[in-house]
Design a protein around this ligand. Structure first.
Ligand code: MEV
Length: 318
């Protein structure tokens, strides 16, 4: 495996528009990429026999993988080995530097994006290509190490970089988006573990199945309504569906005071709808923005305590 010149590969962040948590329990969900926020893997050749060095710039960590050497105890090292095994290659003499614009532990899929960028870099550096469906399965394997029992929605939206309709265990469907729409993503600044939030819902379901199962099913029903609303481009009508999804997520213990405060601030500032996005209990909230109101909404969210805001557009698609 040789690489003559430096090359860069990347993968986007993601947001869940409808259906997080319920998707773990078999309900459908809708997710979109955030293409302006990315993880990057840049590849440079290294001296013969030096093996594969993965520098995780943000963590100040170097992972070294060589033929016959022990694999460092890190999900990204195991991701590299899994990919190399799949393409039947020994560790190449390369340096891969990973950098990310995506805040970690904030519900935006930073782990899936880093893994995807790394795997794409190793495939590309070998002058090979890999179908998205195969890459998606490999990234899912690694996600299981980060998250325990993930549904697979995060890796799927990150790998395909398209707005998707997702049901666990089924191939993803690309979503019809009748009209583009704008969202403001606001970070509470509170790091939260998706694994713990997912475990919290499992615990709730075990303790009170009769009270919890209808909440999960109601979230699935909202995702169905949102799918047809998005397809016909009736964007304003998505707002109340988002608000209802947020209320149901509160009942699943997935919200937090900070998320509730930002959602309320978004609605007071004119957003058409607002909800937490991703694992919750911290991390990010998304607000549906009337045309032209992005800057005003972002300012109101910062004033209400958001650490940062990002504007993103869900693009129209047939
Ligand atoms: C996390 O982005 C979405 C969850 O539904 C977990 C999962 O689907 O694996 C909370």
């Amino acid at each position: 495996m040789t690489t003559a010149v430096a090359a860069e590969y990347s993968a986007p962040a993601k947001i869940i528009l409808f259906g997080e948590h319920a998707v773990v329990h078999g309900q459908p969900a809708i997710a979109a990429p955030v293409s302006s926020l990315r993880a990057f893997a840049s590849v440079t050749p290294a001296s013969a026999g030096s093996g594969l060095a993965i520098d995780v710039a943000d963590l100040d960590t170097r992972l070294t993988i060589s033929s016959g050497g022990a694999v460092p105890d890190h999900p990204l090292a195991r991701a590299a080995c899994l990919l190399l095994d799949t393409i039947c290659r020994p560790p190449p003499d390369l340096r891969v530097t990973l950098r990310s614009q995506i805040p970690i532990a904030s519900g935006l899929g930073s782990g899936a994006a880093l893994t995807t960028a790394l795997m794409r870099a190793l495939v590309g550096a070998g002058g090979m290509s890999i179908p998205d469906a195969v890459l998606n399965e490999l990234v899912y394997e690694v996600e299981r190490e980060f998250h325990g029992t993930p549904s697979g929605i995060d890796n799927t939206v990150v790998v395909y970089e398209r707005t998707i309709w997702f049901v666990r265990g089924e191939p993803p469907a690309l979503l019809t988006v009748g009209k583009p729409f704008d969202l403001v993503v606001a970070d509470t600044g509170v790091h939260a573990s998706t694994k713990d939030a997912v475990a919290g819902v499992h615990a709730l379901l075990a303790a009170d199945p009769a009270g919890t199962r209808p909440v999960i099913e109601a979230i699935g029903a909202l995702a169905h309504r949102a799918r047809s609303t998005i397809a016909r481009g009736d964007i304003r009508s998505l707002g109340p569906l988002m608000n209802e999804n947020h209320r149901l997520l509160q009942r699943l213990t997935a919200s937090s005071d900070e998320l509730d405060r930002l959602a309320a601030a978004a609605l007071s500032a004119g957003a058409w709808g607002a909800k937490l996005s991703g694992g919750g209990r911290g991390g990010n909230m998304i607000a549906l923005c009337p045309p032209g109101a992005e800057a005003e909404l972002a300012a109101a969210l910062l004033a209400a305590g958001a650490r940062r805001t990002i504007m993103t557009k869900v693009e129209a698609h047939e």
